[in-house]
Design a binder for this molecule. Structure first.
Ligand code: ATP
Ligand code: MG
Length: 482
């Protein structure tokens, strides 16, 4: 079988060149001879030789220099170096330059063919190995691409079909992805939104507020209200290296339930109050109808106490209903420290009875407040009342009013049982009574819910700082009137 490999000879004319040509022809190789640099370059590019034999000097240039240049351009080309004389220096340079073989006189045809065959075989093995490697890496890359494409499609399907609204944004709040639910929630239709600022696309004020507040901290919840009555709970979650995501759940039905529940409580409380007034009225009348024995008297008083208790509870519920419905709109200029005096007067006898050391610290220059004085009084009564109620005999209470920027800070600190971390957020819920309360301390769990509603309706904030077993501090911040 004729050998189709082309061998390029870059040798100056000489008997050796002829010998090589003959030897290679005889072995079945095709042979091309380059006579100068441009011929060499042309052959390299057009004929694509399988091997090159280069002389020590070729076209008046150094054979090693030309070889290095060739290997730069064709790194897998096997090159055999022909030196006129064998020296160890040449052998070393051949190795150093990464050439494949070395020929030197005296030369026989067989030596030439053998060296060429050896070099070609090595080059072929290298080529095979390279091809295998390339095939292996490209096939595993293709496999990976296939998997990640499948994963991407799967994720996209999940996100777009999820019931909750999902918006993914980059660091500048430009939309990277919105799902079907978000398009429906904001009536976006099929508008192109990717790459646009999310705040520009939607006009809902609550969502705009959530986005602008998002820079203040890591995780934010916000209620998003729509004019048509829909309410969504939205969370803003930063995603490292991407930006952030906003997820939205429809809580309209929960809101509706809450409203129904409040309406129900309000109606029932209202309907219960009139008959209770009648009961109380008649128990007072009984005393006037004639002399009662001691037992009758005592039972009647207990009856009155209980009816009074239920009436208070119902009044609390009615208050809460009114506050939650936003009916509390009365606003007057008041001094919080002024209202506090009435509260402290009212509790004076109880404080004395429990031998509580109650200190009051009111900073000068407390700014006025635009508020409903009755509600503020109710708030103070509840907070100071709780402190007295939960603090054991002989304990300490500190009530303080101060200014912080343009805010009035009201604090009640006590040495009562304290409230555990887990229960601190719950004590403001309706009917929630913490497990810490000492035995025999009764209550309905509505006081702090009322306090919270009052503070909320005055654009303030209320929270508790407490350690179980040490005491509690209830803090109220209310914006002062400038
Ligand atoms: P009421 O409706 O009569 O006020 P209550 O005092 O039990 O009843 P809240 O005032 O709402 O209800 O308080 C809720 C719960 O918080 C209380 O049951 C109590 O466990 C806890 N709590 C409130 N104030 C204090 C306090 N100063 N020290 C310790 N625990 C307190
Ligand atoms: Mg209370």
């Amino acid at each position: 079988m004729p050998n189709q490999d082309l061998i390029l000879l870059a040798l100056n004319s000489s008997p050796i060149l002829d010998l090589m040509q003959r030897a290679l022809h005889a072995a079945g190789y095709e042979v091309a001879v380059a006579h100068d640099r441009s011929g060499l370059n042309k052959s390299m590019q057009e004929a694509i030789p399988a091997l090159m034999i280069i002389g020590e000097t070729f076209a008046e240039q150094d054979g090693f220099a030309i070889s290095s240049e060739m290997l730069e351009r064709f790194p897998t080309l096997p090159i055999i170096f022909y030196a006129d004389k064998d020296t160890t220096g040449f052998a070393k340079s051949v190795l150093k330059n990464g050439l494949s073989g070395y020929l030197y006189p005296p030369l026989q045809m067989a030596d030439i063919v053998e060296e060429v065959q050896k070099s070609l075989a090595r080059a072929r093995r290298l080529g095979d190995w390279l091809r295998r490697e390339v095939r292996r890496t490209t096939s595993s890359l293709a496999e990976k691409a296939k998997i990640s494409e499948a994963e991407r499609t799967k994720l996209e399907a999940i996100i777009s079909n999820i019931q909750d609204g999902v918006v993914v944004m980059d660091e500048h709040q430009r939309v990277l992805l919105v799902n079907r639910a978000v398009r429906d929630i904001f009536n976006l239709g099929e508008a192109e939104v990717n790459g646009r600022s999310f705040g520009d696309i939607i006009s809902n004020a609550d969502m705009v507020a959530l986005l602008s507040r998002s820079s203040e901290g890591p995780l934010k919840y916000h209620e998003i209200n729509f004019d048509d009555g829909r309410v969504f709970n939205a969370q803003f979650t930063p995603i490292p290296k991407i930006g952030a995501a906003v997820t939205m759940q429809d809580i309209s039905y929960l809101k509706e339930l809450d409203r129904l529940k409040s309406d129900f409580i309000h109606t029932v409380s209202h309907d219960l109050r009139s008959p209770l007034t009648a009961v109380l009225g008649y128990t007072e009348l009984v005393e006037r109808t004639g002399p009662l024995n001691q037992n009758q008297q005592e039972f009647l008083h207990r009856l009155q106490g209980s009816v009074q208790h239920i009436t208070n509870l119902i009044n609390d519920l009615l208050d809460l209903g009114r506050l939650e419905a936003g009916f509390d709109t009365r606003r007057e200029m008041i001094q919080l420290d002024g209202v506090l005096k009435y509260t402290l007067d009212m509790f004076d006898s109880q404080v004395k009875k429990k031998s509580i050391d109650l200190a009051v610290d009111i900073s000068p220059n407390i700014m006025p407040l635009r508020a409903n004085p009755i509600r503020i009084r109710q708030m103070l009564d509840n907070l100071v009342g709780n402190a007295i109620k939960y603090t054991p005999n002989g304990g300490h209470i500190l009530v303080s009013v101060s200014m912080q920027d343009k805010q009035i800070v009201f604090k009640v600190h006590d040495t009562g049982p304290g409230i555990s971390q887990e229960e601190q957020s719950r004590v403001f819920e309706k009917f929630y009574r913490a497990t810490n309360a000492p035995d025999g301390v009764t209550g309905s769990g509505l006081g702090l819910a009322i306090v919270k509603s009052i503070v909320d309706s005055h654009q303030g904030r209320v929270w508790v700082e407490s350690t179980l077993g040490t005491g509690s501090t209830f803090v109220v911040l209310l914006p002062a009137h400038e």
